[in-house]
Design a protein around this ligand. Structure first.
Ligand code: BG6
Length: 309
């Protein structure tokens, strides 16, 4: 049983943050700041919505998503950890690790000076996690709602051995039409193509005209999703990451997904700041790594260079 009164006594902030029962009775944290609003589920500490003031939602969430215990919510920003994609040696383990389908603890909230609202979520290893991944860990996920949604995954190895972790902040970006958007910022970067099993080098912008599933390597670039239909550019910036995954399942793969409408591939593309493939991180006993991403909406055609002029 969730004690909402107790959670709100500890973490609610007048007019800015409260904890409510969400879909399937999973608690959600509702955040409102002068800059925008957001909703974060304790299930997976998953950001489900981020809508800047005066704009449309930046993240896509499936209206057929499942919120059941043990299942990952389709959309928003799932946290993939401590492996990315299928488990390297055990196909019976869930895709993308073991924390997006678990309930996290809400463990902090604050209103910062510039009107930004912050909340913190925690998850530690337990008997169930050690069955799939036999290591002690402490995770913290910090979400700050300002003009951008600013998310930071702090992963600490509390075991006595060195461990290797992969991760991704698997953002489903809401778009007007996949065939019309262009994904800028990765020109010249090498990628692993997970559809064909080959490698390639990106030329110019990414255009979606078929299943796209690539791990871009050696990149800390800002990625821009230019969306003429919505008249905006969604900006994805990051730190603690040298890999970025770009995914659109297109027609057949979407049909095979149980929790999305068949035409959903038109309306999202995933841009995922990651520690994937060769960018997996080795953490010595006691070491911490931080993976951070910032996502926001700007006028169509925006580049960070515009701010430097
Ligand atoms: C992407 C992967 O990050 O997530 C794809 O690159 C995968 O290969 C997709 O299909 C969705 O994964 P899941 O486990 O949420 O269905």
């Amino acid at each position: 049983m969730i004690d909402y009164e107790d959670l709100n006594r500890r973490y609610a902030i007048d007019e800015s943050l409260d904890v409510l029962p969400g879909p399937a009775d999973e608690p959600v944290v509702m955040i409102r700041s002068e800059h925008g609003k957001a909703c974060v589920s304790l299930h997976g500490a998953q950001v489900l919505d981020f809508t800047p003031t005066g704009s449309r939602p930046v993240l896509w969430l499936s209206d057929q998503a499942s919120y059941r215990d043990g299942v990952a919510i389709r959309g928003g920003m799932p946290i993939c950890w401590p492996w990315f994609g299928p488990h390297p040696d055990d196909s019976s383990l869930p895709s993308h690790g073991l924390v997006r389908q678990r309930r996290w603890q809400l463990c902090g909230s604050a209103e910062l000076d510039d009107g930004v609202v912050e909340c913190r979520f925690c998850l530690n290893d337990d008997a169930a996690s050690r069955e799939s991944w036999p290591h002690a860990f402490e995770l913290q996920f910090i979400v700050r709602i300002g003009q951008y949604v600013d998310c930071e995954l702090r992963m600490r190895n509390t075991s006595e051995d060195t461990v290797t972790c992969s991760a991704a902040l698997h953002a489903y970006i809401a778009i007007s039409e996949a065939e019309d958007v262009r994904v800028r910022g990765l020109h010249g970067r090498r990628y692993l193509d997970q559809v064909t099993g080959t490698t390639g080098t990106q030329k110019h912008a990414i255009i979606f005209d078929g299943e796209t599933d690539r791990i871009y390597q050696d990149t800390d670039d800002i990625v821009y999703v230019d969306d003429p239909g919505y008249g905006r550019t969604v900006v994805v910036a990051k730190s603690g990451s040298r890999s970025t995954v770009v995914w659109n399942p297109w027609i057949e793969k979407t049909r095979a997904l149980a929790d999305v409408p068949d035409d959903a591939y038109h309306r999202f593309c995933c841009i995922e700041p990651a520690n994937a493939a060769a960018d997996a991180r080795s953490l010595a006993a006691g070491a911490q790594h931080r993976l951070r991403c910032l996502i926001g909406a700007e006028p169509y055609g925006f580049s960070i260079e515009d701010l430097r002029e």
